[in-house]
Design a binder for this molecule. Structure first.
Ligand code: SF4
Length: 402
């Protein structure tokens, strides 16, 4: 844009523009592109084959704040394990937890489970919610998810606006105001409702989101092959790389957590975490304490790594603990060979990796258990150096550690 004056966003003007000649073929071109190029996600293939809203609903919940690549393999296994809403309603909590292990934000699956139970509660009668408003009544279903499900599975004309759509619109209409502010989100919803294809709202919604993922990326969008470049103001003015503008997210909070690995012969203690810090409450795993008054000595800490949950930047200290610490703690003892399956959060799985890396130098008893652990498969891969191990050897018998 150089020194050129940036236009203030005007909703009326944008709505008028969206109804004008520049957008005449917008949805036709977008849908034609989508039909030809759409990704073969398993939830799409299942929907096309069975037309079961369950497949759409589960995918939308799994995709909340989670990337497609992480969801795909777990989605397939989840549907194998719980093929229908009735199977999900009957599922044991443990079994559901194992099925979504590693995806994070686990309360969404508690709500999904609760909703499935509510839907199946009537013995001789089952009916899916259909409209946006009916879907919104289910636990865990907000505006975005209700729009996506009601449009894809029930053809309701209800536009979705996610981060991808916001980015596309900021460029199509050359909007310089922050696109994630509450008033702008409302305006973008209105624009989206005015552009949606009335005959095929489900495909339209999926198409505009996929355009954001594949072409209208954050950096260097692929405008030359974009099916709607003819409508795009930013493309015409070559301003696409200066957009979108976004409001900075809430500041991150630094947290220190101490994760105590407590072992008895060949078993490890996993706490129910009923009284744990809110973002890990009721997520079973190693016994943990936050903000310790009496901190373990440096030499008592086996490893340190970073982990992020919502707005929390967590520094996790893995420490060998003793049975003394858990006298009042509710939990279970799990055999070493079953430990990986019993841990559900990636925060705990990373701790397991720390222990695994330490297997040679740890005290004998723990080392023996870790020999079994070392056969465990599918431990999480280190992501972008977030497992920044600073391994310190305890150098002695575990009894002396705490
Ligand atoms: S032309 Fe470029 S900037 Fe405009 S919508 Fe397409 S990919 Fe995005």
């Amino acid at each position: 844009m150089g020194n050129k004056k940036k236009q203030m966003f005007d909703l009326e003007k944008s709505l008028k523009f969206a109804q004008g000649s520049a957008f005449e073929d917008f949805s036709t071109k977008l849908l034609a592109w989508y039909k030809k190029e759409k990704a073969s996600h398993p939830w799409r293939l299942l929907w096309e084959k069975h037309k079961d809203p369950y497949h759409v609903w589960v995918s939308e919940i799994m995709l909340q704040q989670t990337v497609i690549k992480a969801v795909t393999p777990l989605y397939v296994e989840f549907i194998k394990k719980f093929p229908t809403v009735f199977d999900l309603a009957k599922a044991k909590e443990e079994s559901l937890r194992t099925a979504v292990k590693g995806l994070g934000y686990y309360s969404r699956f508690d709500r999904l489970h609760r909703a499935a139970k509510d839907l199946c509660a009537k013995k001789d009668f089952f009916e899916w919610p259909q409209t946006f408003l009916e879907w919104k009544k289910l636990p865990g279903v907000g505006d975005y998810t209700a729009s996506a499900i009601s449009s894809i599975a029930f053809n309701e004309v209800k536009a979705v606006v996610d981060g991808n759509v916001e980015r596309v619109f900021s460029r199509l209409f050359e909007i310089y105001e922050p696109i994630n502010s509450a008033p702008m989100k409302k305006s973008l919803q209105e624009i989206s409702e005015s552009l949606i294809c009335k005959k095929n709202p489900g495909d339209y919604n999926q198409a505009i989101m996929e355009l954001g993922q594949t072409h209208c990326s954050k950096n260097n969008p692929s405008c030359k092959s974009c099916p709607v470049s003819f409508s795009c103001i930013s493309f015409k003015k070559n301003t696409q790389n200066s957009l979108p503008n976004v409001l900075k997210r809430e500041e991150k909070v630094d947290v220190d957590l101490y994760l105590f690995v407590i072992q008895k012969k060949n078993k490890f203690f996993l706490s129910k975490r009923e009284g744990a810090t809110p973002f890990l409450k009721n997520r079973p795993g190693f016994f943990l304490l936050r903000d310790l008054e009496k901190k373990p000595l440096k030499k008592e800490i086996c490893g340190v790594y970073k982990h992020t949950i919502t707005k929390h930047n967590i520094k996790v200290h893995v420490v060998l603990g003793s049975e003394e610490m858990i006298k009042k703690e509710k939990g279970i003892w799990v055999e070493a060979k079953k430990l990986q399956d019993a841990l559900m959060t990636s925060l705990d799985l990373k701790a397991l990796k720390v222990l695994w890396e330490l297997k040679i130098k740890l005290p004998w008893a723990l080392n023996k258990s870790l020999a079994i652990l070392s056969e465990a498969k599918d431990l999480p891969k280190t992501q972008n150096g977030d497992l920044s191990l600073s391994l310190k050897m305890t150098g002695g018998n575990s009894k002396n550690v705490l």
